[in-house]
Design a protein around this ligand. Structure first.
Ligand code: NAD
Ligand code: UDP
Length: 330
């Protein structure tokens, strides 16, 4: 039986596939390469290029392969872009989920591990966000992911599709050997942008706003290593296969770093000066997003290997240095 990774050519998906194959799993990847890279997909995974909104295509993959569970990572995920083009997000993310659930229902596939996000919480009510805190997204990306979470819950009630929604905070870093990593076009994420400046590919970092309600005025985020995320998915699949009930888990480090602190950490790791200036706010950014991720540790037995943000940045820097142009295909 195989695990289907939808979005397995993407940043987190490629690490997910790599980790599953390392653990001896049979892996099928579906991806339309809209933001992913063919070169990022492990050679032992069976790759089907196509769009998850294309029901005929998706059904044909399920008919050819014996899929035991689905890891759903295919989505658009840029907060800023979602503010200016919300319908693009509702179409790809929500409609894609409808089609995937329909095909799972028709083919009798019972498990889904879903990439949800801290963006479903909106402006948090507590310093450390718990899974039971209110979910009131302040951007269309988070809104689309919340709708998807809710949709799977009803699909569970009606069709018995069991799910774990993993609400990641900020995915970061790369496989330690530098063979796969983060390569988005255009790049909008903080760490890769800082490292582009460190590598001399960009003149300066623009820090989006320093008047937020945080100790130094810049946004605070919780960074979690991409391979630790991958491990949590494998534990979540085992949890579902053992017959446990559907639920959501936060995945984070429970420690927040401001954008200015991240810049300082990257200066230390790279030894580069990394020029930066304060720029206007980007729309849709909550002040601070830091996880209470005790539940994943207790219930799933998740034990993140990377607990130091400098170590996380070091792996991203190794990827940047070995692949200055990323995969070089876009
Ligand atoms: P990514 O853009 O690198 O990966 C997404 C992959 O899905 C890409 O390979 C893309 O080509 C594919 N894809 C998108 N729409 C598709 C469609 N309709 N059909 C087929 N393939 C499609 O993004 P990522 O950073 O790896 O994020 C992966 C998942 O994790 C997303 O669902 C995202 O919402 C979620 N997430 C990411 C973060 C983060 O910090 N990067 C945080 C929280 C949640
Ligand atoms: N950020 C920034 N400059 C950049 C890119 C990002 O100041 O060039 C900030 C962004 O506003 C947010 C934080 O860095 O406060 C993390 O943003 P990212 O896009 O990496 O992840 P998000 O939190 O949106 O998922």
């Amino acid at each position: 039986m195989a695990i289907l990774v939808a979005g397995g050519a993407g940043y987190i998906g490629s690490h997910m596939v790599d980790r599953l194959i390392e653990k001896g799993q049979d892996v099928v990847v579906v991806d339309n390469l809209s933001t992913g890279h063919k070169a990022a997909i492990h050679e032992k995974a069976r790759f089907y290029q196509g769009d998850t909104r294309d029901k005929a295509f998706l059904s044909s993959v399920f008919e050819k392969e014996k899929i035991d569970g689905v890891i759903h990572m295919d989505a658009f995920s840029l907060v800023g872009e979602s503010m200016t083009d919300p319908l693009k997000y509702f179409d790809n993310n929500i409609y894609g989920m409808i089609v995937l659930l329909e095909v799972m229902k028709e083919q009798g596939v019972k498990y889904m591990v879903f990439s949800s996000t801290a963006a479903t919480y909106g402006e948090p009510e507590n310093e450390l966000i718990a899974e039971s805190d209110k979910q009131e997204p302040i951007n269309p990306y988070g809104e689309s992911k919340l709708a998807m979470e809710r949709m799977i819950r009803w699909a569970d009630e009606a069709y018995g599709i069991k799910f774990v929604a993993l609400r990641y905070f900020n995915a970061a870093g790369a496989k330690a050997d530098g063979s796969i990593g983060e390569d988005h076009h255009p790049e909008t994420h903080l760490i890769p942008i800082i490292l582009q400046v460190a590598a001399g590919q960009r003149d300066e970092l623009q820090i989006f706003g320093d008047d937020y309600k945080t100790p130094d005025g810049t946004n605070v985020r919780d960074y979690v290593h991409v391979l630790d995320l991958a491990d949590a998915h494998m534990l979540a699949l085992e949890y579902l296969q053992a017959g446990n009930p559907s639920q959501a888990f936060n995945l984070g480090s429970s420690t927040g770093f401001s954008n200015k602190q991240m810049l300082e950490a990257a200066r230390k790791v790279t030894g580069k000066s990394i020029p930066a200036k304060i720029a206007p706010r980007r729309g849709g950014d909550p002040d601070s997003l830091v996880a209470d991720s005790q539940k994943a540790r207790k219930v799933l037995g998740w034990q993140p290997q990377y607990d130091d943000v400098e170590d996380i940045i070091r792996t991203a820097w190794a990827w940047k240095q070995s692949h200055p142009q990323g995969y070089g295909d876009k």
